[in-house]
Design a protein around this ligand. Structure first.
Ligand code: URA
Length: 211
């Protein structure tokens, strides 16, 4: 894939569900269900280039050659905590995927990510890794998370978010031009607190009902 790729998944179902999700009147339960549904629809697109291999199976009537997923296994890496909102949907698509976790919080003053947790499966180099976080805002957390994934020797990496800000895309691709960004929308800008406008508000709070 060429450098600096941003793929906006503009499928009508994704766009419709995202619009409902954005509304301040959408409650926690609906928000969680919508984010799960969107992650399934986005995952379907993001995984469309998974390698396949020919295998022989037997139907009740005869033997046949058919295709099944081959080679690389998946690892989903949510950035805690909002990234876990994507997990249920993606694991529904690929139940055998492993899950690595990166705990990063944004220092509210500097907006710089501070790492507090890291746990990956051992064989990251042989897996396709999808780093997930609903909001690509400043881009700092995503840059740091992908750095850790690269440190773990993964080479096949994609980044998935729900909404990206232009600044986040720029910062991310300055650090990792080789990693494609999959998003459902590119919003206008960041406010002074690093929130995306118009955005969805605080993704973690909306998923977990903490505000
Ligand atoms: N994180 C969020 O949860 N929301 C934003 O708008 C930006 C970062």
């Amino acid at each position: 894939m060429p450098d600096n790729q941003v793929i906006v998944i503009d499928h009508p179902l994704v766009q419709h569900k995202l619009s409902v999700l954005r509304s301040k009147d959408t409650n926690t339960n609906d928000f969680r269900n919508l984010i799960r549904e969107i992650s399934i629809l986005m995952g379907y697109e993001i995984l469309r280039d998974l390698p396949m291999e020919e295998v022989e199976i037997e139907t009740p009537l005869e033997k046949m050659k058919t295709k099944m997923l081959a080679g690389k296994k998946l690892c989903i890496v949510p950035i805690l905590r909002a990234g876990t909102g994507f997990l249920d949907g993606l694991l529904q698509l690929v139940p055998l995927a492993r899950v690595g976790h990166i705990g990063l919080y944004r220092d509210p003053e500097t907006l710089v990510p501070v790492e507090y947790y890291l746990k990956f499966p051992e064989d990251m180099s042989s897996r396709r890794v999808i780093v997930v976080d609903p909001m690509l805002a400043t881009g700092n957390s995503a840059v740091a998370a992908v750095e850790r994934v690269k440190d773990a020797e993964a080479t096949d990496i994609k980044f998935m978010c729900l909404i990206a800000a232009p600044q986040g895309i720029k910062t991310f691709h300055e650090a990792h031009p080789d990693i494609p960004i999959y998003t459902a929308a590119i919003d206008r800008e960041l406010n002074d607190h690093g929130y995306i406008l118009p955005g969805i508000g605080d993704a973690g709070d909306r998923i977990f009902g903490t505000k």
